[in-house]
Ligand binder design. Structure first.
Ligand SMILES: CC(C)(COP(=O)(O)OP(=O)(O)OC[C@H]1O[C@@H](n2cnc3c(N)ncnc32)[C@H](O)[C@@H]1OP(=O)(O)O)[C@@H](O)C(=O)NCCC(=O)NCCS
Length: 181
């Protein structure tokens, strides 16, 4: 469980499946993601069941449910894929459309990155976003990620070649990022 001023990041529960299904079924939300809309309730239930008991410190994907502290509303999720024997992690993030534009996404990602780099001692956290995904790129830059490159037409994604924007932040950079924020 990770907390911020406005958010609680916690494991998913079975009761989250209908909200997960609803926000993943939004075509605008699914556009640059690894699933297709609609995302059926049964798929959401299976996804949540598959996360049950998963250790956030283990290698592989762990998915944090992002809940608003004030009222317990599920806003979205942040995924963390620890790899390289736990030395590095990739992240991904999604918020339901009705909760965009309030800084929740950056607040959640900042907390997860701080946990990984400052509290868990990982070396590097990175993220990969579609070159057209402006809000996600802005979020990563706002949090303090460095743009490492743009791989042109490197991903065959939903029937077309897409550009892949690469971002990363090192543990050695994180304290100065934090000091400046
Ligand atoms: C990417 C995504 C999570 C961004 O969510 P978000 O909460 O709107 O993002 P941020 O936290 O960066 O907030 C962004 C906006 O809130 C505004 N804002 C309002 N109140 C704010 C506050 N209190 N604090 C900070 N920002 C605030 C900012 O000015 C900013 O506006 P801008 O982007 O027009 O400059 C969301 O667009 C999304 O879920 N997209 C679809 C999923 C996706 O493609 N994910 C990428 C997979 S890697």
């Amino acid at each position: 469980m990770l907390t911020t001023e406005r958010l609680v990041l916690r494991p998913f529960r079975a009761a989250d499946a209908p909200v997960l299904s609803a926000y993943r079924s939004d075509p605008a939300i699914a556009r640059y993601q690894g699933w297709d809309a609609p995302f059926a309730l049964a798929a959401a239930e299976a996804f949540v069941a598959g996360l049950d008991g998963r250790d956030p410190r283990a290698e592989g994907w762990f998915q944090y449910a992002v809940e608003r502290a004030a009222d317990g509303v599920l806003l979205g999720d942040v995924g963390v894929n620890r790899h390289d024997e736990g030395r590095q992690a990739e992240i991904g993030f999604t918020l339901a459309a009705g909760h965009h534009g309030r800084g929740y996404g950056a607040e959640a990602v900042r907390r997860v990155v701080h946990f990984l780099l400052a509290e868990e001692g990982l070396h590097r956290v990175h993220a990969s976003v579609d070159g057209r995904n402006g809000p996600s790129a802005r979020l990563l830059e706002r949090v303090g990620f460095r743009r490492e490159g743009l791989e042109l037409q490197s991903q065959w994604w939903k029937g077309e070649w897409t550009d892949d924007l690469r971002y990363a932040v090192l543990a050695s950079e994180w304290s100065s990022v934090r000091a400046g924020s």
